[in-house]
Design a protein around this ligand. Sequence first.
Ligand SMILES: C[S@@+](CC[C@H](N)C(=O)[O-])C[C@H]1O[C@@H](n2cnc3c(N)ncnc32)[C@H](O)[C@@H]1O
Length: 397
Amino acid sequence: MSEPAAKATTSGVTPEASTAGSPGATAADAPASPKVSQKSSQAAETAETTAPTDPTPATDTADILPASHWIQAPLRNDSDDDSAYGEDILSSTASLSSSILQYRTLHGRTFHSELGNAESWNPNDAQHNESMEILHHASTLMQDDKLFLSPIGDDVQRVLDVGCGPGIWAIDFADQYPQAQVVGIDVSPTQPQWVPPNLKFECDDVTRPWTYQPDTFDFIHMRWLVGNIEDWYSLYKECFKALKPGGYFENKESSAIITSDDGTVTETSALSQWGKVFLEAGKLSRKSFSIVEDDIQRKAMEAAGFVDIQEHTFKAPLGSWPADEKMRELGQYLKLALYQDIEGFIVMMWTNTMRWSIDEIHVYAAHLRQELNSKRIHPYYIQKVVTGRKPYPGEVS
Ligand SMILES: C[S@@+](CC[C@H](N)C(=O)[O-])C[C@H]1O[C@@H](n2cnc3c(N)ncnc32)[C@H](O)[C@@H]1O
C-alpha cells in the first residue's frame, strides 16, 4: 500500500485589528491557573560540579549580535508595556534516590546527572518544570483540548512518553485512559510520586539502544526534545521498532525562531536573536534546533517506515496581542512559560556552547522580558506535530 500524502493544518493568529499600535488585552498578561502536577520536593542532592562544557568556541555569525551588545543597549522605560505577568500558578515535582539524583549545577540551576550520552539543556529544577507545565497546558489548549492528535482509538493498552519531563502529559493521559499502562521515560527523575496507578516513570537516556521488546506499545508520544538529540533518525527507528503494528507515533516540536507577520519583531531585537543564537548553538553542539525548519519529523518518520503520516502546524503567539480570544489566551500562557524562566531556557546552551557570561545572560533576559511586555510587538513561533502509523506486516510492499 502506498503512503497517502501528508495533510498540513495550520492555526493562524491575527493581531487585534482595531488597535494596530496597541493591540491586546488591557489586563495584566496573566490568565487563570492552568492544571499543574503535584507538589514539588527539591529532594535532589546537587553535586558541586558544573555541567560539561563544549570545548568549541562560539563562532561569530553575521546575524548574531555579540553578547556584549545587550550590556550596552539601554533598556526602555515604556509606560505602554504590560506591567506584570501572572504570579499565581505553579508548583512542581521530584522522586527517586541514588546517583541519578546527583544533579549537576550551573549558575544555580540543576541539570540531570550523568547518564549515557544525554546532555539535556533543560534544567530539571522546580522553576523550569513549572514552565514545562504551563507549556503543557498551552499545548493542550492549542490542540483544542486534545492531549494528542493521533487516531489511536479507545482500546489503547500500552503507551510510552519519551522525554516526559515533569510527567504531566503522561499523568493526564493515564487519567484519561485508566485501562492503559503508561510509561514515562526521562533522563531526569523529577516526576511526582503520587501518580495514577496505571503510570510509572523510568529514568534513562533515550538515545541509547532501547531495551523494550519489539511490538510493545500501541502509542508512543514525544514532545519538545529539540536541541537534545543528535540522531533523530535512530530515535524514530527505536520508536518504530517498539510500536505494535498499527500503533501510532506522535512527535511535537517547536521552532526556535521567533518572528512576526507585521515586521514588529525586528532583526536586531532580543526576540529575533533568540532563534539565531539557538540555531548556532545547535550547530556547534550537533544537536539541532532547526527540526521544524528542516522538516526532520516527516523525513525521519518516512525513513523509519511509518505510513499515514500527518502534519499539523500551529502558530504559537507570545503575549496577549492576538485578536482571537482563544489565541490571546494561548499567547498569555506561552508568554508566561517563557517569561518566568528565560534564564533557565538559555543558561546551559548560551554559556557552555556559545560562551556567554552569566551577566550577559541576565541582561539579555531583561531585554527579552521588556520586548515580551511590549504591546506593540506581535511575536510568535511555530510548533509542529507529526503523527505516523506503523504498518501491519505485508501492508507495505
Ligand atoms: C523540553 S523538556 C520536554 C518535557 C516533556 N516532553 C513535555 O512535553 O513537557 C525535554 C525533556 O527531554 C529530556 N531529555 C533530554 N535528553 C534526553 C535523553 N537523551 N534521554 C531522556 N530524556 C531526555 C529532558 O530531561 C527534558 O525533561
